[in-house]
Design a protein around this ligand. Structure first.
Ligand code: ZN
Length: 139
């Protein structure tokens, strides 16, 4: 395990724009406020979603697309820097009208409505390629 102490700075409450991309909205907020490390949670609804699942044997992401309205029952993620750009690593549990859920790594989703709380930290968090998992992990 690697760990570091971080210093909280501002926390931000954001209402995401209808029709925008869920993850891009969080990255826009981070860019606008100069946030290079943070932790967020959110809730709301999306019009569609692309969820990625990481196959640990093939070491590849597999995308699953959902072209239907879904409730964002829970969303959690963090902000870090990947290849010099702000990246919002985002996971979500999305629900259907009958309460059934799909969940995973949220690559993209069209916002219907969204509310996010982003806690920013002073120390930048940087990702780099990890040979073992073949994922971009925190340094
Ligand atoms: Zn993920």
């Amino acid at each position: 395990m690697q760990y570091q102490a971080v210093t909280p700075r501002e926390a931000y409450l954001a209402r995401l724009e209808t029709g925008a991309d869920w993850r891009a909205e969080i990255e826009s907020l981070a860019k606008a406020e100069g946030i290079e490390a943070g932790w967020f949670n959110g809730m709301g609804a999306v019009e569609d979603a692309v969820i990625w699942f990481y196959d640990q044997t093939k070491k590849e992401y597999e995308a699953v697309e959902f072209d239907e309205p879904l409730e964002v029952a829970a969303c959690v993620g963090n902000v870090s820097v990947l290849d010099g750009e702000v990246f919002a690593h985002t996971h979500a549990v999305l629900s259907r009208p009958d309460g059934e859920t799909v969940a995973g790594h949220l690559d993209a989703a069209t916002v219907f409505a969204g509310e996010v709380c982003l806690q920013a930290f002073e120390e930048p968090l940087v990702r780099e390629f990890d040979e073992t998992t073949e994922l971009d992990l925190w340094l």
